[in-house]
Write a protein that binds this ligand. Structure first.
Ligand code: DQA
Length: 137
């Protein structure tokens, strides 16, 4: 089973960025943990701070992979382009968020992406990614 995690802007700073919200683990460290926890999954990872690069990656993998775990970060709340890309592809997408966006500022309560995804996992810290992986299995 081929699954890719796609992370959006500022998630390259996990470990350093607002640790009271996002924790103190780097994503690279967590990703190695995930690979060890799910050895049967062919796991890939892509991160970009650039909206168009995220859209390019979604298009590239979106007709051949078995699943996409997408944390579009701030673009969740702004990007019609990413929402359209998710709608255009055939690979199922699970939207994840590390923090509980509904317990935060109101602008984080709306997601352009949610209507086009298979499911949403929000607020379980880094574990949100493991729960998404589990649901694909
Ligand atoms: C986030 C929540 C977003 O509102 C925020 O812009 C992020 C991270 C999360 O994983 O909790 O960058 O997607």
């Amino acid at each position: 089973m081929k699954i890719i995690i796609i992370n959006g802007p500022n998630l390259n700073l996990l470990g350093k960025r607002e640790p009271e919200i996002y924790g103190s683990q780097t994503f690279e460290d967590y990703y190695n943990q995930l690979k060890a926890e799910f050895p049967a999954v062919e796991l890939a990872y892509f991160q970009s701070n650039i909206e168009g690069e995220l859209i390019d990656k979604i298009q590239e993998v979106g007709f051949s992979y078995d699943g996409i775990i997408l944390n579009a970060a701030a673009y969740t709340h702004t990007s019609v382009g990413i929402a359209d890309a998710v709608k255009a592809i055939t690979t199922p997408v699970i939207e994840v968020h590390i923090s509980n966006t509904f317990a935060r500022e109101e602008f984080r309560h709306h997601s352009f992406i949610s209507p086009n995804v298979k499911g949403i996992i929000i607020g379980f810290g880094m574990k949100s990614y493991a729960l998404a992986l589990q649901s694909f299995l």
